[in-house]
Design a protein around this ligand. Sequence first.
Ligand code: FAD
Length: 461
Amino acid sequence: MAEFDVDLFVIGGGSGGVRAARIAAGYGARVMVAEEYRMGGTCVIRGCVPKKLFVLGSHIRHEIEDAAGFGWTIPQATFDWPTLIANKDKEIARLEAAYTANVEKSGARIVKTRAVFEDAHTLRLATGEKVTAKHVLIATGGAPNHGRMIEGIEHVISSNEAFHLPELPRRIVIQGGGYIALEFACIFAGFGSDVTVIYRGDNILRGFDDDVRAHVRSEMEKEGITILTGCTIEKVDRYGDEYVSHLSSGSSVASEKVMFAIGRHPNVANLGLEKASVAINPSNGGIAVNAYSQTNVPHIYAIGDVTHRLNLTPVAIREGHAFADTVFGKRDVKVDHADIPTAVFSQPEVGTVGLTETQARAQFSRVDIYKTTFRPLKATLSGRDTRVLMKLVVDGVSDRVVGCHIVGDYAAEIIQAVAIAVKMKATKADFDATLALHPTAAEELVTMRTPTARHVRQAAE
Ligand code: FAD
């Protein structure tokens, strides 16, 4: 008789857990996956996918507005939020079923229940059943974090609820300056809501290149979104169907919904980690892991958002795959977390890869910046008041392009391809040697000839 019930027990059927389970089962491991909510996890059920569907839907407003300059007369368009929600829910249910089927096809078994550690090799299911496992993968993801308890916090929604609102709010206040807050701000504004963004820092998109931050803010403000920085919501009062957010600046904003998107915390609570002696990383609150996603307990691994490294779906998937290769494929695979492209699906969107100007200047003695802003061709006829930003950050000594930052339509699509060049360590000379594709916005990336800034760090005396 086998020593353990299964070779691998995966806690969490999200992006990372599903990939790990399928690959491990493919190597012949006996795999069980526990999912307490819906197969597919955050990305599929209440993250990337429904969010992008909302972005696509709200962007149609721009297309309709822009059409007139091209000769189109479009009768007054109307928008029906419940139709969008119902169609989105249908697509998410289809994806959930596909994820379930793919896991089952791989030979792994799904248990639709919460699982927690009983000891380092035993998992307890909500049904009371106990399962012993040779290896355990913690892939429990993360959850919205509302921060400190303020008066009226019970009135505040997170992105989870934003996907299921029965009606489109006419006015919404969103606290947060990160990508989720801004994406939802643009989504609601696109559908016609009056949006106010509240952020405690000096500017939105902390961690992104400063030019990107300034550019996105100005574009969002041009779209009529109010952005109040340097303040926080201190209290939320309810008056019937209306809420009033009281700000630290002394002013207040009325709205029909108040949403917080101020951060996410790794799902580590009540998992029984102490019973398995799994250590937490004190610097970020996630599960502490090494380069192979192995915890301090050698047969227990953790991947994805629960480790709070880089909280992105492709990262969780790659970590899950690398774990399965390492443990069941007899092939040690580490995930390279450098030069991972990311997007913000604001409107216009952001695509970015590599270092910001500030990071490059801290790292390299000579940094050349190539930057341009311009009116996109479409805007010449549509009349839309918008500009595109393209920026290359170059190590002035090796000539390597170490960062690329784009704000404009299709920035996310463009940056995916640029990321290959950056990952391959392409130089500015390589970019210059590539012929432009005309007429596109992206051609600017290979036609910027003269640095707009050159930073040289003087050697210490
Ligand atoms: P998850 O996908 O969160 O899966 C964890 C699963 O574990 C969940 O299904 C949960 O129910 C389950 N679970 C937790 N505890 C237990 C337990 N004890 N027992 C059983 N099951 C349990 N990333 C991108 O790359 N691009 C984007 O555009 C993007 N947009 C996003 C938009 C929003 C609004 C949000 C919230 C996130 C977005 N992300 C995006 C991030 C992305 O969703 C996550 O990085 C990704 O889902 C992480 O995958 P994971 O496998 O680590 O965890």
